[in-house]
Design a protein around this ligand. Structure first.
Ligand SMILES: Nc1ncnc2c1ncn2[C@@H]1O[C@H](COP(=O)(O)OP(=O)(O)OP(=O)(O)O)[C@@H](O)[C@H]1O
Ligand SMILES: [Mg+2]
Length: 456
């Protein structure tokens, strides 16, 4: 039977809690002062300690470290008054596990206590994955121990040495862009890496984005503009979502690839392509060809070297190392310290279907990091949100940021979309109107940033 120690000078609180805890089957010790609390903590080794913030002989905060030491690191629940917010924060910093406001709501008390006992139970076992903060890692590190990923690393090594075109296939969130960046960084690290998302912009604009345009080529073309192929120089150009390319642009791209030359819109000059071409798609291009949506001759050209990224559900053995890797990244970004993942929690993660693959795993862990208080990942932090008829308000993934850190475009975009989405109460039409993007684009971005679930 677990024992709980209550340290509070208010007799009515001691009695109320003792009665309740005994009813729940706990053994209870109580103390009215800090000194008494110390003595009991040592003798009875409580499973958890309930500690009042103000005691006659000491401030509760000052007692936390010593109490925990005497009670074999039992978790401490502080009892605080509402106006004690500043001291509450200090108490959490001093190592309290959680706090309960006065007047005590017994249900909230039970939730906090159960959680404390659960964390203690998990901490006692040594069976958890430990995230080592001091291990050096590069941001673009790609990890995986499963046979298909090991094979993929070899293939990446092989193609990185050459300058051949590479087609990267895989479901959404499997790491296609990451692979493209890794190939680039192993083959031409000092040269530009120019990425363009073929589905994000309308056809006419995409053409001038890719190939550039001459001054006066169309209304608004007040200046000549370099295309992405030119900007990439002898680095790499990454054609993301190539399966979305219109028939018209497929034909133009094919011609450019055949002749290794591009022509700016409205221009006559032929400009040689020096960049290495990497392309990615989450569609099955072969199927697209059969369905007549993708040109077979372009497909033949692109697919010479194809790398396929397996979905995460087919390689559950990669989940532990991914969790470790992603948590390190997330801890650093959010200034969090989530370092332990109990084996049973890890096993639950390995059993999930992950329709959004590694990106979804990253989003789930980010949310858990935001919600968690201690260094242990708990199952309750991973609970899937229930789909409701109304689109849910977005999860609060607003991360604390270094003031002087420059945000990436993706971060700014994500924040902005989530603000507008919340503003319109999750109305897709209005959101599109305000943002000036099409519905498919909005949907893609909502999925990309994990703002709505893939299966919703
Ligand atoms: N094997 C891996 N090791 C480490 N991180 C990974 C791995 N695979 C994916 N990631 C991470 O998961 C996230 C999604 O990866 P990425 O953007 O490359 O996916 P994608 O296949 O391009 O997705 P989409 O089709 O939606 O564009 C990124 O943050 C990436 O760093
Ligand atoms: Mg991508």
């Amino acid at each position: 039977m677990d024992r709980i120690l209550i340290v509070d000078d208010d007799r009515s609180i001691r009695e109320l809690l003792s009665m309740h805890l005994e009813e729940r089957g706990f053994g209870v010790d109580s103390a009215a002062t800090g000194a008494e609390g110390f003595a009991i903590a040592e003798k009875s080794t409580p499973a958890a300690i309930v500690l009042d913030m103000r005691l006659p002989d000491a401030s509760g905060i000052d007692l936390i470290p010593e109490l925990k030491k005497r009670a074999a690191e039992a978790p401490v629940l502080m009892i605080t008054a509402h106006h004690d917010m500043a001291t509450t924060i200090l108490a959490m910093k001093a190592g309290a596990f959680d706090y309960i406001h006065k007047p005590i709501d017994i249900q909230a008390f039970d939730v906090a206590l159960d959680r404390a006992l659960e964390v203690r139970r998990l901490s006692k076992g040594t069976d958890y994955l430990s995230v080592e903060g001091n291990r050096a890692f590069k941001m673009d590190d790609i990890v995986g121990t499963s046979p298909p990923m090991q094979q993929l690393f070899k293939d990446v090594g092989r193609v990185a040495a050459s300058r051949t075109m590479v087609l990267i296939q895989g479901e959404s969130g499997t790491g296609k862009e990451l692979i493209a960046r890794v190939i680039h960084s192993y083959s031409a690290p000092q040269k530009p890496f120019i990425a363009i998302n073929c589905s994000a912009i309308v056809d006419t604009l995409l053409e001038s984005e890719l190939f550039g345009h001459e001054k006066g080529a169309f209304t608004g073309a007040v200046q000549a503009k370099l295309g992405k192929f030119e900007l990439a120089e002898d680095g790499s150009i990454f054609l993301d979502e190539i399966g979305e390319l219109s028939q018209n642009l497929q034909a133009k791209l094919l011609r450019a690839l055949q002749e290794r030359e591009v022509e700016r819109v409205g221009g006559v000059r032929r400009i040689p392509i020096k960049a290495r071409i990497l392309a990615a798609t989450n569609r099955d291009l072969f199927e697209e060809v059969k369905a007549g949506r993708f040109r077979e001759d372009l497909y033949q050209r692109l697919k010479v070297v194809t790398l396929s990224l397996p979905p995460l559900r087919d390689r559950p053995e990669d989940v532990p190392i991914l969790v470790e890797h992603l948590l390190m990244k997330i801890n650093q970004r959010l200034h969090k310290n989530l370092r332990r993942v109990p084996r049973e929690v890890l096993e639950k993660l390995q059993k999930r279907a992950w329709p959004g693959n590694v990106r979804e795993l990253e989003n789930v862990l980010t949310r858990a990091a935001v919600l968690s208080q201690g260094d242990m990942l708990l199952e309750e932090h991973l609970l899937e949100q229930k789909p409701s008829s109304r689109p849910p308000a977005l999860p609060p993934i607003e991360a604390p940021r270094d003031d002087d850190r420059i945000l990436t475009l993706d971060e700014v975009e994500r924040d902005h979309i989530s603000r507008v989405w919340n503003m319109t109460g999750g109305h897709k039409g209005k959101t599109c109107q305000i943002l000036g993007i099409s519905r498919p684009t909005l949907e893609r971005k909502l999925h990309k940033y994990g703002l709505i679930r893939t299966d919703s």
